[in-house]
Design a protein around this ligand. Structure first.
Ligand SMILES: Nc1ncnc2c1ncn2[C@@H]1O[C@H](COP(=O)(O)OP(=O)(O)OP(=O)(O)O)[C@@H](O)[C@H]1O
Ligand SMILES: [Mg+2]
Length: 270
């Protein structure tokens, strides 16, 4: 089975990055469960929403400790399996974060700036500290914060492909490369990251604006790059709030679940 690392990224806040990262990670985990494959979901956002959304019990250590060499990976990673509560996710794992990640990022920046030749350059930090996950998991999904700042290149060096959710409620930026600017920049100086897809989110086909944005995205990025839109639906807020479920657990037959399943099939089949 191929080993792939995805970054779910867009500089804009509230476009569905965390929802997409969680849903795609769980969907891929379900897809490869029978063949013994494993998926890791990395929370790279100090808001720390991934573990809370899945209602996972946190341990003392997390991604910040790993990045600062204060803990081993095995002491930071948690299982997302909640079979006792009716949510079996035997092959899904989470590397959680909380607000200490913001401090850790600051510390890493200082270290790389003043550390001289021995220090890891900031753009290599994640590869150095997390590169080994490629050997342990079939799929890795990184939930990025809206502001990646100096860590953009570090994330794009670690990841193979980007999934870029774009909210379909504002036409203004579609003609610009705003959603993908960082990624195009990274590519321009040789970082090997591909755009897996632009994922239209919060899509309401009854609204002219939503249809116009979808059309404009297809024109700008090309039809093949734009995935099937994810509908705007209240189930996305309800699922984590009701027992920390994913959409596949909460409403597996909803249009919302079906749209994400299409994305997962698309990812898995290519
Ligand atoms: N397709 C959708 N339809 C309706 N609500 C959605 C949809 N996708 C996500 N949401 C809801 O919108 C809110 C923001 O989503 P999410 O947290 O996934 O965005 P984000 O891009 O990760 O935000 P941030 O930039 O703050 O990290 C959440 O309450 C989520 O439940
Ligand atoms: Mg988020």
């Amino acid at each position: 089975m191929s080993k792939r690392i995805f970054a779910v990224a867009n500089r804009k806040g509230g476009v569905g990055k965390t929802t997409t990262a969680i849903t795609v990670a769980h969907g891929l985990a379900q897809k490869i469960a029978d063949s013994g494959g494993r998926v890791l979901l990395i929370d790279f956002d100090p808001q720390g929403n991934v573990a809370t959304s899945l209602k996972l019990e946190l341990r003392k250590r997390d991604l910040a400790d790993l990045l600062l060499d204060r803990a081993e990976f095995r002491d930071c990673v948690i299982s997302a399996d909640r079979a006792d509560e009716g949510f079996p996710r035997p092959n899904l794992f989470v590397l959680p974060s909380n607000d200490t990640l913001a401090e850790a990022k600051g510390e890493l920046m200082i270290k790389s700036a003043i550390g001289g030749r021995k220090a890891t350059p900031i753009e290599n930090v994640l590869n150095e500290k997390l590169g080994f996950v490629r050997d342990l998991f079939n799929y890795v999904v990184i939930d990025c914060p809206p502001t990646l700042d100096v860590f953009s290149d570090s994330v794009y060096r670690l990841a193979d492909e980007a999934i870029v959710p774009v909210k379909t409620d504002f036409l203004g930026e579609v003609g610009t490369a705003r959603h993908t600017n960082d990624i195009l920049d990274a590519q321009s100086y040789g970082i090997d990251i591909q755009i897996n897809c632009i994922l239209p989110t919060f899509y309401d086909k009854r609204l002219t604006i939503a249809r116009s944005v979808l059309e404009a995205l297809r024109t700008h990025y090309g039809k093949a790059t734009v995935a099937t839109p994810i509908p705007r639906s209240t189930v996305f807020e309800q699922a984590p709030a009701v027992e920390g479920q994913t959409i596949f657990e909460y409403r597996p037959n909803s249009a919302a679940a079906k749209a994400y399943q299409e994305l997962i099939d698309r990812i898995h089949s290519t």
